[in-house]
Design a protein around this ligand. Sequence first.
Ligand code: ADP
Length: 537
Amino acid sequence: MKGLMMDYPLTVTSLMRHVAAQHGASEVYSLTVENPAHRTTYAEIFRRCARLANALRRLGMKEGDRVATMAWNDYRHMELYYGISCMGGVLHTINPRLFPEQLQYIVNHAEDRFLFSDPLLLPLLEKLHADFPTVEAHVLLSSKQAMPESSVPNLISYEELIEGESDSFDWPALDENTASSMCYTSGTTGNPKGVLYSHRSTILHTYASGLSDAININSTDSVLPVVPMFHANSWGVVYCAPMVGARLVLPGPKAGDPEALVAMMNSERVTTALGVPTVWLGLLNYLEATGQHLETVRDLVVGGAACPRSMMVDFEERHGIHVIHAWGMTEMSPLGSVNAPTASTGGMDAEAKLHQQLSQGRAPYGVEMRLVDDDGGELPRDGKAVGRLQVRGSWVAHGYYRAEESALEDGWFDTGDVASIDPEGFMRITDRTKDLIKSGGEWISSIELEDVAMAHPAVAEAAVIAMPHAKWSERPLLIVCLKEDAAVDADTLLAWFEGKVAKWWIPDAVEFTDELPHTATGKVSKLKLREQFAAAG
Ligand code: ADP
């Protein structure tokens, strides 16, 4: 027997209607190149979304078209989020920190028809636009007056594009499984892969993010996403804050500037901020050096990489700020787990509480987790067994854009993380099977670095592992075994990488060894290397 309730599709459009009706007056503050304190409201943003949609329709945009953004966190980027998805288009947020070849691959693979870029990224766009043949129009997120001279043909300003358009748009009634946005994630090998979110997955993820045991925000909060809007939808905050009516404070290009962040957090009375450990470390050092305080921050959400113990202790004990440790992936929209105390936490001593709080937390409803061994056998949730962490759920990808094969193993998505899960569901990441290094929230491929090292005439075999690093969370360490009778010193070898990979990818140090450890299948054992070189960092 079927229930008799309405079939009310879960769409970003219905979220937009809700926010306009319930929280239209809530403020959105942005720092942009043109304005250090731009203030608007959700209602005004949605009016401008309608103008944007009218303009895009005028340019010939159709449902399903991909529209790309290369932009920082501000109100115009937010208008693109809602305007494009609610038209039935696919918002494609691009990480401008990727290499030119990756950017070129991504735009061409997604076949983006329009590209909206931040003025600060114009030099990058000028270098690359000729490699983006599918892009029919380039728009700069700028006013008409502030438009710079540019070699990009027919570059138009965002304000000129939407000027004179109507404030209303007949938003289409979309099926909730329609694609709403996409984000490419860098794989271990090969090209980046496109994760394609749907309206339904986005809305369900938004519900879960807003729970009190998750990001814990409501309409009295002021929320600052330091995490960029091109990193898995700013961890969903661009949807979650409006859903509950919280105010948004958007730091524009200043997300990496502790001085600007602290000033903004205090003047805008920020209660919750979200970002990767590297950002919070810079901020802690700045607070220490200047003797300043975060006057209104209640919760800091730390994710994207493991939260260091000292960071949690410093924020909690010296600054009275609660740290919420979260884990996720682009393929998970990204929320996978979040740490909140349970009834039994109250009875623990301080050390046990801290140990629990440092774990990656528990899965919200909508995500299931399991641990498997190398043969696919399920492992117990006893807090001791360690295995490959697999997930499934309403906002987990089952495949990648324009890839034939499923991304699943037996119905589950393998995260590439290695973890334990305790009987209460607290998950703790202990290692990683994917061959990547996460430095300051961005990926470095160990395989690519190994390829470069092995191309050096003196190198017989090379391996790159992630070493824990106080500032960047992880940095690459190069371990090499030289050819017989060959000689090269560390500096010469590191100089070999210059011009072959991005500067920040170049390993910090080289260790020379007579032999690399191998697994039974003949692969370099990264596990053994990590044990062997644990002290080198
Ligand atoms: P994000 O945008 O959240 O950084 P990515 O898909 O780029 O998403 O990276 C996901 C990976 O980052 C995870 O599989 C895991 O290896 C790592 N990661 C994310 N959060 C944490 C965390 N809290 N602790 C340890 N590793 C984490």
